[in-house]
Design a protein around this ligand. Structure first.
Ligand SMILES: [Zn+2]
Length: 80
């Protein structure tokens, strides 16, 4: 009988407290802003592929590609 994998769970990521970048749990330093403070308390996920062309990225103050949380620690991340 072919084995079926269980449904994939939500990826375990943590968010940078400073810029909201979502990174794997074993990340020590945020690749976007260099912060070392992370939290599991985040909501909303956006993928920014091309910050220069993304209105949302501009609105959120994101200038680097990556995966970002909308809210960290219960509030919208302010990046500027
Ligand atoms: Zn960061």
């Amino acid at each position: 009988m072919p084995g079926r994998r269980p449904p994939s769970r939500r990826p375990l990521l943590k968010a940078c407290r400073k810029c909201g970048a979502l990174v794997p749990p074993d990340t020590r330093v945020c690749p976007v802003c260099g912060s070392t403070e992370f939290t599991d308390n985040w909501e909303g996920m956006i993928v920014i592929a091309d910050p220069e062309k993304s209105e949302l990225a501009k609105e959120l103050g994101i200038d680097k590609p990556g995966i970002f949380a909308i809210r960290v620690g219960g509030r919208v991340v302010k990046r500027r």
